[in-house]
Design a protein around this ligand. Structure first.
Ligand code: FPP
Length: 263
């Protein structure tokens, strides 16, 4: 049975969806975002790339708030890829510092809103203070249930799949019995449902080594908006677009919009 707090949350989500013209029963459970365009946003203003990342934090805040308003259960943000280490050391260090200062500043208010912070990726390569703040934030919010905010840090899909294969090769599963569920259980997103909607900002149309397995059936939404400009309204718009898609999962939709499998 659902508790009173959850029921109250659900009626608030319904009210919010109604006022935004969204269908509360078709809100994606999991939205994943490739936050792109911080550097270009800064360049347009003759500022350093780091200036763009600093302003990108506002868009993170807006997206978390919008996800909470609509009742999205999981929000994954691609914050640092395994390829991002090839950027100048000054930019990498600034990004790590920004992560630490943001966590220190925001973790309490995230907790007050019921946000559980989680991570995917190889954290062992991150600076020690960064690992420590992440551990504190993950521990301190682990029982919260309004929204899982999942930061992909030192993450890439190929890294994750190689790690999963290594685990499977050490397991006692007979290769001929191996299933897609066995693979999914060995990914860093084990127990987290696959994203139904993937948003990429800045006009690029690529997946960039992000959740390749998990995005198999996700709806992809590309917007020219640069990440620091991505507002709550942009977030709602992406969900509106999602709600206008026909999701067929390889089947066919009949006239009553019910699903039947292709033979
Ligand atoms: C991509 O834009 C952005 C990143 C690699 C970093 C994203 C980081 C943040 C939004 C700030 C910190 C995040 C958290 C969760 C506190 P880009 O630099 O590739 O932009 P460009 O393509 O215009 O050069």
């Amino acid at each position: 049975m659902l508790g009173p707090a959850i029921l109250m949350g659900q009626s608030k989500h319904r009210e919010n969806c109604l006022s935004l013209g969204l269908d509360c029963d078709r809100i994606p459970r999991h939205i994943a975002i490739i936050m792109d365009g911080n550097g270009r946003w800064a360049k347009e203003r003759n500022e350093s790339r780091v200036f763009g990342h600093i302003h990108g934090v506002n868009a993170v805040r807006s997206s978390v708030e919008a996800a909470l308003e609509l009742g999205v259960r999981h929000l994954t943000l691609y914050a640092f890829s395994t390829e991002n280490w090839s950027r100048p050391a000054e930019e990498v260090n600034a990004l790590m510092d920004l992560l630490v200062t943001t966590l220190v500043k925001e973790v309490e208010s995230l907790g007050d809103k019921g946000v559980r912070l989680r991570t995917i990726g190889d954290l062992s390569a991150l600076p020690i203070d960064c690992q420590e703040q992440l551990r504190l934030a993950e521990d301190g919010t682990k029982n919260l249930q309004s929204l899982d905010l999942i930061l992909a840090l030192n993450y890439s899909s190929k890294w994750e799949l190689v790690e999963a294969i290594k685990q499977l090769m050490k397991s006692d599963i007979d290769p001929k019995d191996l299933t897609a569920d066995d693979v999914a259980r060995n990914l860093s997103t084990n127990q987290i449902p696959d994203p139904e909607l993937m948003i990429r900002t800045s006009g690029e149309h690529r997946i960039s080594n992000f959740m390749l397995w998990q995005l198999s059936y996700a709806e992809l939404y590309f917007t020219p908006t640069l990440w620091p400009d991505f507002s709550k309204e942009h977030f709602y718009e992406s969900v509106r677009d999602f709600q206008n898609r026909d999701r067929r999962f390889g089947g066919i939709m009949d006239a009553n919009r019910t699903m039947s499998k292709k033979g």
